[in-house]
Design a protein around this ligand. Structure first.
Ligand SMILES: Cc1cc2nc3c(=O)[nH]c(=O)nc-3n(C[C@H](O)[C@H](O)[C@H](O)COP(=O)(O)O)c2cc1C
Length: 210
C-alpha cells in the first residue's frame, strides 16, 4: 500500500470480525515497532503480544475495572472481539541507565544541579513507546487489518503487570487491539464528535504568533 494511503486510511477500529490474524502479520507488527526511533537509541520498551484467546481474555480481566466488566458497554463489547492485543510498555529505568553512560554524561549533555532530570523536557520513555505504537497502527493498515490504541486505566496497571509477569519498572503506555474490522464496523469515538483542527490553527511557520 502507498504510504500516503496508510496514513490517510488509519483510524481506530473498535469492533472486529472472527477472522483470525495471520501469524506473519503479528510478526511484522512487532518487527516494525522496533524500527521506531528512541532517545539515545535506548529502546527502553517491551511489547506484550497476546494472540491466544485465553491470554486476550486475561488481558481484559486484568485491564477492566470490575464495575465496568460487570456491565460491559458497547465500546468494551466491541474491543473484546479483537483476536490480538499488543501492550507497549516503557521503562524509565532503561533511559536513566542509558543516559548514565559515558557518551551521555558529557558536560554538554547536562544542566548543572539536578542534571539527571534536566535531560528530558518530556519523558522520552513514553514518547518512544508511543512512536512504536504508531508504527504498529500503521503496519496494521498496511496488512489490511484494523487496530485501536487505547489507555489502560491507572488503577489496573498493577493488575496487568501481575497477570503477565511484567517487571515493576515497566509501564503500559496504552494497549492496541488488532484484527479484521467487523463488517458492520463504522468510525466512532471522539473523532466522530469533533473535527480535525485546521492546519492553519496548528502549524506555525517561522513564528508562533503574528
Ligand atoms: C494516547 C491516546 C489514548 C487514547 N485512548 C483511547 C481510549 O481509551 N479509548 C478509545 O476508544 N480511543 C482512544 N484513543 C483513540 C482516539 O480517540 C483517536 O485516535 C482520535 O479520536 C482520532 O481518531 P482516529 O485515530 O480514528 O483518527 C486514544 C488515542 C491516543 C493517541
Amino acid at each position: 500500500m502507498e504510504f500516503q494511503d496508510v496514513v490517510r486510511r488509519r483510524r481506530m477500529v473498535r469492533r472486529y470480525s472472527t477472522e483470525p490474524v495471520a501469524p506473519g502479520s503479528v510478526d511484522r507488527l512487532v518487527r516494525n515497532a522496533v524500527r521506531a526511533p528512541s532517545a539515545g537509541f535506548s529502546q527502553g520498551w517491551g511489547f506484550l503480544v497476546l494472540e491466544r484467546p485465553e491470554d486476550v481474555a486475561r488481558f481484559w480481566e486484568a485491564a477492566t475495572p470490575p464495575a465496568r466488566a460487570a456491565q460491559p458497554d458497547r465500546w468494551l463489547r466491541g474491543m473484546r472481539t479483537a483476536p490480538v492485543v499488543i501492550v507497549p510498555f516503557s521503562s524509565e529505568a532503561a533511559y536513566r541507565r542509558r543516559y548514565g553512560e559515558a557518551d551521555k554524561t558529557r558536560a554538554d549533555h547536562t544542566d548543572g544541579a539536578g542534571a539527571r532530570d534536566a535531560r528530558w523536557a518530556v519523558p522520552y520513555w513514553h514518547v518512544d513507546a508511543g512512536m512504536a505504537a504508531l508504527l504498529i497502527l500503521q503496519t496494521a493498515v498496511d496488512e489490511g487489518l484494523g487496530a485501536c490504541f487505547f489507555g489502560v486505566p491507572p488503577g489496573r496497571v498493577a493488575h496487568l503487570r501481575a497477570a503477565f509477569g511484567v517487571p515493576a519498572d515497566h509501564t503500559p503506555v496504552g494497549a492496541v487491539t488488532i484484527g479484521h474490522p467487523a463488517p458492520d464496523e463504522r468510525p466512532g469515538g471522539s473523532a466522530l464528535r469533533r473535527p480535525r483542527r485546521p492546519l492553519d490553527d496548528v502549524v506555525h511557520r517561522g513564528r508562533w504568533s503574528s
